[in-house]
Design a protein around this ligand. Sequence first.
Ligand code: SF4
Length: 154
Amino acid sequence: MRAVQVGGPLGAYFPPALFDTKFDYEAFAARDGLIGHGGVVVFDDTVDLAHQARFAMEFCAAESCGKCTPCRIGSVRGMEVIDRIMAGDRVDANLELLQDLCHTMKFGSLCALGGFIPYPVMSALTHFPEDFTKTSPATRGWAAKRTDATQSVG
Ligand code: SF4
């Protein structure tokens, strides 16, 4: 078992180090997760969290009502940025851009769809950084640094 997502497609991906999180709103919020509708999806070691992050942006683009810009445009830009990261194109700059974009979507969207999409994306990036750079050997150093920084979580 490599990851668990609680709360449906807007929920955060938790690694084994966070499996001891108490199942309540406050405990999940303290670890940048959410309970949402309470659904639990378990992923084995074949899961690619970069693809899951892209799926979150794709889901948002498909479901967006179009009323606000962070969600309507941000989700499309999010897919494009993740595609560039996975292709090894200016990875550091695009990772920074992805984090900025998630911040804008989280705090600038008018409802929970755009506002919660950063949870799956940022949790994938925080806890499984190696999945975002494995197609680009030149950038694996970044993933190793991120992994070291997050090893003590939990
Ligand atoms: S965040 Fe909500 S209001 Fe804004 S475009 Fe998305 S679905 Fe519509």
